[in-house]
Write a protein that binds this ligand. Sequence first.
Ligand code: HEC
Ligand code: HEC
Length: 346
Amino acid sequence: MNFWLKIVGRGLCIFLLLSSCKKEQKTIALEPEEFELQIPPGFPEMVFPVDNQFSLSRWKLGKKLFFDPILSRDSSISCASCHKQHLAFADELALSPGIKNRAGTRNATALGNIGFHPYYLREGSLPSLEMQVLVPVEEHNEFDHSMLEISEKLRKSTNYTSMSFEAYNREPDPWVLSRALGVFQRSLISGNSPYDRFTYQGKHDALNDSQKRGMALFFSSQTQCSKCHSGFNFSNYAFENNGLDSIYADPLRMRFSNNPADAGKTKVPSLRNIGFSAPYMHDGRFKTLSQVLDHYQSGGNSHPNQSPLVRPFTLNSQEKEDLLSFLLSLNDSSFTSNPFFGDPNQ
Ligand code: HEC
Ligand code: HEC
């Protein structure tokens, strides 16, 4: 496991000692002395913005912030409250509450391979991870805070101040805050599932026969799954309406574009680690992958914007089981248990 992270020095020894902690819900955090991002076979390079290149000190600062409730107005929740490592940085709740238990409006997305996305949020309204940080920080039903006030709080901490100087050679401020979180999130790379070992690492026994049959179904013109969930990250990042409703309570991409032709369309989600990130869809309406398959088999609810790729098909019970086991082969447990992505503030 962790074959794409080159860990040297003290980190490796501690890591080996702790590798039996795999099944823990909360991973015991480890701080490596060196951390080099390695891209899994079959994946493209991770592009860091010119003004925010990867460094260990930036990554450590970003990780500390990601897990620190200091970001919320009443210091009650952190990014990790809704993006939990053991769930591939998603949440088991359909809608995650913000501070003071304020109701959320959408299902929290998994963050594995998030740095490869061309734009963020389901409507695709934000072009970078650095900009996306503003959303949870300022949303009334998330942190309900402000970048400036958080920066003031951070400047009172000698630890944060010295980490910030080490990482960016300046005091904690909104610029540092958003960039450090961007660096940490780009390191959340997941590419060691059984599917990856089979497809990109030549391990012919990494998938069992049922998963291999399920893979053929996934890539078939019968199901059409791979027309939208395509490429190494199982998303073509297009905006599609997959036929969940005849009338959508959440306008999704139309919220951003104001164009009725976008109603009910969302960025096609990645299916990596899908077995960890239930419940499913933008509102978390489906608790199981079996329910998701029932939806697709039904052919959808004929919204005017529904993609023609979503249309009825029939799987017998063996085929359904095969497709489900293929979807589970996209789970990368070395990612969800990687101690280097654990909470450093514990
Ligand atoms: C209260 C729960 C909550 C908290 C706290 C929270 N998020 Fe999220 N996050 C969500 C939800 C819900 C979405 C989906 C929003 C959407 O679909 O438009 C999301 C989406 C995202 C996305 C976009 C994913 C994509 O596929 O485009 C990123 C990146 C992200 N969050 C990072 C963070 C970071 C970094 C923090 C802390 C600064 C944070 N989140 C705090 C609930 C939360
Ligand atoms: C027309 C493009 C398209 C096709 C074809 C398609 N999907 Fe999707 N899929 C989407 C979109 C868009 C969403 C997100 C919808 C939402 O959140 O409201 C989605 C969501 C999902 C989810 C839930 C993801 C999550 O994190 O919540 C799963 C699982 C899924 N699809 C599996 C499949 C399977 C299996 C097939 C084939 C039977 C398939 N999809 C076919 C576009 C498509």
